[in-house]
Design a protein around this ligand. Sequence first.
Ligand code: 5AD
Ligand code: SF4
Length: 433
Amino acid sequence: MSKKLFIETLGCAMNTRDSEHMIAQLKEREGYETTTNLKEADLILINTCSVREKPVQKLFSELGAFNKKKKEGAKIGVCGCTASHLGEEIIKRAPYVSFVLGARNVSKISEVLHKDKAVETDINYDESEFAFDDFRSSPYKAYINISIGCDKQCTFCIVPKTRGEEISIPDELIVQEAAKAVQNGAKEIFLLGQNVNNYGRRFSDATHEKVNFTELLRRLSKIEGLRRIRFTSPHPFHMDDEFIKEFAKNPKICKSMHMPLQSGSSKVLKDMKRGYTKEWFLNRVEKLRKECPEVSISTDIIVAFPGESEEDFEHTLDVMRKVKFDQIFSFKYSPRPHTEAEKLPMIDDALASARLTQLQSLQAEILDENAKKHQDKVYEVYFEELSRDNYVSGRTNTNLVVKVKGSEELLGEFRDVKITQIGRTICTGEIVA
Ligand code: 5AD
Ligand code: SF4
């Protein structure tokens, strides 16, 4: 009988792909099968996120609960960004943990599995050319890493300390991986990196041909049978005209752009070391909308960064009113270890919460307004998931989630759908062709 692996994945899409990589190695080399039943697992992995403090606190309570529930002799491993930044402290606080594997050491999963109390968290480890075995949780959409690490120095962000310096994966390996995924039935690829449009700045092999993100997109879009290309996250600082033009005119690139604003105040952006101003951000949105009027734009915003005044916050609301984002991920600032902003005096928590609430209610109004434009429109939807009550859901090119009545036959298929009922996050529709 095969051994059973239970894996919990927190955090971003990069972690989702790292989990797929670990599952692949464990299946092919160690004979594991995945299970969703913790109690029958021989190996329990938690792939952690450390971007904010809350999930880190939760980790230890969760570890305790897993340890109580696990079957006799089962191993627990902690992986990902919190593993990178806490390292052996995790084993000190939770001695029943068998190993700790950092976000940049994913390829060593087999190794640590066989060494009791192994801690592999070297953030300089280069696995940009590692040939992982093949495993994908969805046959319809393929996540593909295009770089590891991050070279930016945003003063709030722990990621450069958990994922190390940025290295691009050679474009020929990316194209190869994408072509294989398409051959196996995926019609959409989702390119992943901390800062995708900085692609090509550094390869492991310094003599590698200089290929930038725009060129990578061109090369990938030549793959026959590939219908959609998505990516996350681009950085507003690197959104040059060449990139925006390629985005607008390349029919395989999905017309949804994630543009992490973080703050609308040029002063706060400077304190965050984001490298752009409010004006630059608005200018890029304007350019993007001019070249590609149908584009949907999503963003990340942090409220109550140290020193954020009422006026600074007002600038953020102003950008929101001007841009009318299609989706916002908003967070209260959370001080992170080893970051430049860590020691700065915090804004009163009640005020921070009030700002977050104000921002989110403004966004709710904007979403209600935005959603109206979808009523009775017909969009092409790529179906990827079964939902409750005999619905199947998928996304439009602009990343709008749409569900229709239907079953498995629709999975992996494109259909024209008329929107019959609008919602802030999901619309309902009927297939028309
Ligand atoms: N506090 C709050 N939010 C943060 N993010 C990153 N670091 C922090 C932090 N210290 C947010 C940013 C980023 C998203 C992934 O998480 O908005 O874009
Ligand atoms: Fe979390 Fe950032 Fe690590 Fe992703 S890269 S898992 S968001 S800390």
